[in-house]
Ligand binder design. Sequence first.
Ligand code: UD1
Length: 319
Amino acid sequence: MALYLVTGVAGFIGSNIARELVRRGERVRGIDNFSTGKRHNLEDLSAHIDFVEADIRNIAAMREVCASADYVIHQAAIPSVPRSVEDPITSNEANVDGTLNVLVAARDAKVKRVVYASSSSLYGDIPTLPKREDMAPSPISPYAVSKLTGEYYMRSFYRVYGLETVSLRYFNVFGPHQDPTSMYSGVLAIFTSRMLRGEPVTINGDGEQSRDFTYIDNVVSANLLACLAPAEQVAGRYFNTATGHRITLNQTFEILKKLTNYNGNPKYGPDRSGDVKHSLADISLAQKHLGYKPLVMFEEGLRRTVEWYKATQVAHASA
Ligand code: UD1
């Protein structure tokens, strides 16, 4: 049985990946420093995984957790475009320095492959849709720069040291376990949780910005495919991880309104600094080389997400 190391295992995406690996009967080790990850995301997992509380910026800790790992699924990061605009140094330390540590430790431990959480944000203000991997990156925010830098390190470690790396460019991931409580949370986590409680929501700008919102199960499946796909097709490469469809924030609000039985209307605020206007992926490269296909499309994903927040908000309210 292979040993998978998941960095950021207490986070939204990391915990979902670990849960699926455990479900498949794989061995899982996880690392998190709880800077943005949550202990409650590990509640159902801790009995089944080997968990180490440590920071990816700590190279000694990284060496320990990489020892004997077969695959590293690197999800630890400080997400959020606006957070990086507020504090670019902290985003850079986690996303760039931390990623370099992961790579050095993985290289020295001779792991088979590192799979990296890259981001659609690196396409930035390229006007052409859909975004294809052969377009030159044009990052706007410090977050996008940090994720692109991590991706360059992934490619460098493959070319220079022969460490197999695969970067997955996530497009606006959403679903169960996404934290709704921070001002930096993803928009669907914020909207779903607030609308279920009947609280007001604010749309930044005119609401006509669009996203290729990607349900978490699709991202989990892409990560597991990326670990096992033939090296000659994937090593040192990067792939869009998305659905290939986009929807505006205004349309999304209307769907959520029905799903949550919400009565209000959104408030409209100013555009958000560093924001990308439209985002849509071409997923054909991932389909071809990873064997990836979206498993759950947007509306079904949103329905499942609403159900999950409903259940957890009730559970927390009565706890
Ligand atoms: C960006 C990346 C995404 C990455 C994420 C990490 C792009 C296209 N996407 O997401 O791949 O995973 O960073 O954090 O760059 N909004 C509101 N009201 C709110 C909150 C947000 O209107 O209360 C708007 C934002 O201004 C934005 C949209 O919703 O236009 C999506 O925002 P958010 O969920 O923060 O994600 P991105 O910044 O698009």
